[in-house]
Design a protein around this ligand. Structure first.
Ligand code: ZN
Length: 272
């Protein structure tokens, strides 16, 4: 069922149906797939580039952001890549997880809850979710670019790094360091893929896809897999996506509004 009228509130029967399935004894495992749209209520832009942290496609340096935040610019002109990484981190620093992230974390009280996010803002972990696969990496981990060096560090922000034109260098080998995010043209992180496939070892009973265009095949795959296994599948996105038709419900509603209302409905039924 696709509910496509943008301003129409979600019918109570839809909540009722989803809540009913959440309350079934057999409903144990839930997957939340999230994209840039879930962080909009936190004040982040929806643009797809690097986890939705950059608002414009063109930059002050006359290059598209995809070009600047790419593997080859990081290699050939790291100061340019770092200029925009600093800008993004500085912007991100003042933002916080919103009600959607916090509500997803609450699902852990009753369900095995896995989050597969394309966002690099770390908001799911900040909000309290414990099983989060950050498939595009995170701004909060720095790694060394030296081929044989395994230096890495979890960081709150980049305030301790030197100002440009000085580049941030590894304290062990002296090579350039960088955030552990997937730049354009780079492969997905092996460790995240490994963990994700471990999670896929057991089927999910419910799959929510929230605030993502589902552009990437690895974001579509778990939805198709869940559908084939007859799990309940729900998409929450302001506009239809290329896989909206696959879902049991594709809803045009804000992520935070939907999740908070769903959770309240779920708890209410729990008490009766
Ligand atoms: Zn190093």
């Amino acid at each position: 069922m696709v509910l496509s009228q943008s301003k129409e509130p979600i019918a109570s029967e839809v909540f009722e149906e989803i809540v009913k399935i959440l309350h079934k004894e057999t409903t144990k495992r839930i997957l939340f797939i999230t994209g840039a749209g879930i962080s909009v209520a936190s004040g982040l832009p929806t643009y797809r580039g690097v986890g939705g942290l950059y608002n414009e496609t063109e930059t002050a340096d006359d290059l598209p952001i995809e070009e600047i935040l790419s593997a080859h610019v990081m290699k050939d002109n790291p100061a340019l890549a770092w200029k925009y990484l600093y800008e993004m981190e500085n912007f991100l620093r003042s933002k916080q997880p919103n009600a959607a992230h916090k509500t997803i974390a609450k699902f852990e009280q009753f369900f095995q809850t896995i989050v597969l996010t394309q966002n690099i803002d770390a908001f799911h972990r900040k909000a309290g979710s414990s099983a989060v696969v950050e498939i595009h990496g995170t701004m909060h981990k720095l790694v060394c670019t030296g081929a044989t060096c395994d230096w890495e560090a979890e960081v709150r922000d980049f305030t301790h790094l030197p100002a440009l034109p000085q580049l941030p260098l590894c304290s062990v080998c002296g090579k350039l360091i960088r955030p552990n995010v997937v730049l354009f043209g780079e492969a997905l992180p092996k460790q995240a893929l490994l963990v994700l496939h471990q999670h896929y070892g057991e089927p999910f009973d419910v799959v929510f896809s929230i605030g993502t265009t589902s552009y990437f095949p690895y974001i579509q795959a778990p939805v198709h897999r869940a559908k084939a296994a007859r799990a309940l599948t729900i998409e929450i996105n302001p506009i239809p996506t290329i896989i909206s038709d696959v879902f049991d419900y594709s809803l045009r509603i804000e992520a935070d509004t939907f999740l908070v209302a769903l959770w309240e409905n779920y708890l209410r039924r729990l008490k009766t």
